[in-house]
Design a protein around this ligand. Sequence first.
Ligand code: ADE
Length: 228
Amino acid sequence: MRLGIISALAEEQQGVLEALQSPARRVHGMREYTTGTLWEIDAVCVLSRIGKVAAAMTATILVEKFGVTHIVFTGVAGSGDKDVHIGDIVVADSLVQHDIDASPLFPRFEVPLTGLTRFATDLALTERLAAAAARTTRVHRGLIASGDQFIGRRQQLVALKTALPDLLAVEMEGAAVAQVCVELGIPFAVIRTISDNANDDAAVDFLHFIETVASRYAYQVLENFCKA
Ligand code: ADE
């Protein structure tokens, strides 16, 4: 296994990067890829920055230029369900691009010409991540929705939840990585710690959470994941 680890922001990956043994840095396409050994696993860590295009490009480069065989995206998300609380972890079983809508040519949420609306994660990676996460906090499994929008108004979330009733979390990258990995045949998983409730307080909660908790959780989960 050569594991690619993507996060959007430095705060989501901080301790993990420091734990990487024999690190070697290479810059490509405005991103720094650090290869090394993470608790005996051959790994490549990178920050995608925010949004679906940024994440898709990063995942593609990880596979095509750095030869990763598996990808894990780790970061934070807004809650998409009343039972999913700040500090909980959501591990995706599937992901949807909530802002893709080529209707009436294709059904809303379907990625045109793929026939796919929901991209399923790799079961083995997902179970291993969920087991690792359960040692840190409460874990939920289910649907994560990604789009090029920070969901920071209650009404935005209500609209999304109406269209996707089983939604657990909202973020801005996971489903883009999912599409790339499905198209390239790369097993992948997405894990998100809930930083905010995707409501009118979301921006303040998000900034506070990524400063204080995000990297600590990512570190603990990835350590347990790699050592499992
Ligand atoms: N990532 C963390 N919180 C988010 C939110 N409310 N909307 C989109 N992405 C997020």
